[in-house]
Write a protein that binds this ligand. Structure first.
Ligand SMILES: Cc1cc2nc3c(=O)[nH]c(=O)nc-3n(C[C@H](O)[C@H](O)[C@H](O)COP(=O)(O)OP(=O)(O)OC[C@H]3O[C@@H](n4cnc5c(N)ncnc54)[C@H](O)[C@@H]3O)c2cc1C
Ligand code: FES
Length: 266
């Protein structure tokens, strides 16, 4: 991963497009030519308020895509930006998905809720890579929380893209139930590579099922979300065991973090 010459340098880009995904969640297409890799994140700035780590959901030729759920001061401020405003950030930070490991194998992507923002770009990249079989499971708590509805038709026409909702809805004709149920039904080779991002309990439950299917932990990669302040490995806010999620992660091979991730008090 190339290191940033000045990790604190503030960057700016014009907001070209804003998409309302669902209540309190907006996707921003921001003009920039800054390079980045799938899996990395930026620290988005709200002047006088603070900053927040936000994954890079996708990247076009001259734009970067961020999806932001308003949960606190910074994210509420960012979600008010509209076309023509400027977004400020520092980054990109963190590592990337190890997509090469999935070449000529099955790649299974498991996304829960807003975790889809962290897997979207690598999924889009995987569509054009020599992957033998590409399967993406996406679980959302309800119909109104679904992200990126405008992309499903294209994705489902190309690969196995399955959605399940935790709660039934008269507008939803697809699967209902936890993502773990969808995973249990899936036939997978034992050398399948897995990328996952979602709430910690979802990740843990999915790993247990994957193990029952004979998939080793060192084939599983999880993108973790932890509180972050500095994002450069100095403040210690983001630590999980000996690792800094901000700079050693956010993506970890599961066998390396399991003992810390599955411990209750960590
Ligand atoms: C690597 C990484 C990537 C992320 N990507 C995205 C993304 O693409 N889109 C997105 O909307 N959010 C993402 N997040 C989460 C986002 O950073 C937090 O929601 C944000 O920092 C909240 O900042 P705030 O000032 O708006 O809220 P605050 O006022 O800081 O917090 C509001 C509430 O959220 C809780 N909270 C804050 N940060 C976290 C966290 N990291 N984990 C759990 N709870 C938290 C607080 O305890 C509080 O209850 C990501 C986090 C990480 C670490
Ligand atoms: S956020 Fe400060 S050490 Fe990771």
């Amino acid at each position: 991963m190339p290191t940033l010459e000045n990790p604190y340098l503030l960057k700016a880009g014009r907001v070209e497009k804003v998409i309302k995904e669902c209540e309190g969640v907006y996707t921003f297409h921001v003009r920039t030519q800054e390079p980045a890799y799938p899996g990395q994140y930026n620290m988005l700035y709200a002047f006088g308020v603070g900053e927040a780590p936000i994954t890079i959901a996708s990247m076009g030729e001259e734009c970067i895509v961020h999806t932001v759920r308003a949960v606190g001061d910074v994210t509420r401020h960012i979600d008010q930006l509209r076309e023509g405003d400027y977004l400020y950030w520092r980054g990109p930070y963190g590592n990337r998905w190890a997509i090469e490991r999935a070449y000529n194998k099955t790649l299974l992507i498991i996304s829960g809720g807003l975790g889809l923002a962290a897997t979207r770009w690598v999924f889009e990249e995987a569509l054009n890579k020599p992957i033998k079989r590409l399967v993406h499971l996406y679980g959302s708590k309800d119909y109104d929380s679904l992200l990126y509805r405008y992309l499903y038709e294209n994705w489902s026409s190309k690969v196995e893209f399955y959605i399940t909702l935790d709660r039934p809805d008269p507008r939803w004709k697809g699967k209902v139930g936890l993502i773990t149920e969808l995973l249990k039904e899936l036939e997978l080779d034992e050398d399948t590579i897995v990328f996952t991002c979602g709430p910690d309990p979802m990740v843990k439950a999915c790993v247990r099922i994957l193990q029952e299917k004979g998939i080793p932990q060192n084939n599983i990669y999880a993108s973790l979300e932890r509180h972050m302040k500095c994002s450069v490995g100095t403040c210690g806010h983001c630590m999980i065991g000996p690792y800094f999620v901000c700079k050693d992660g956010p993506i970890f091979r599961y066998d390396l973090i399991r003992e810390y991730f599955e411990r209750k008090e960590v």
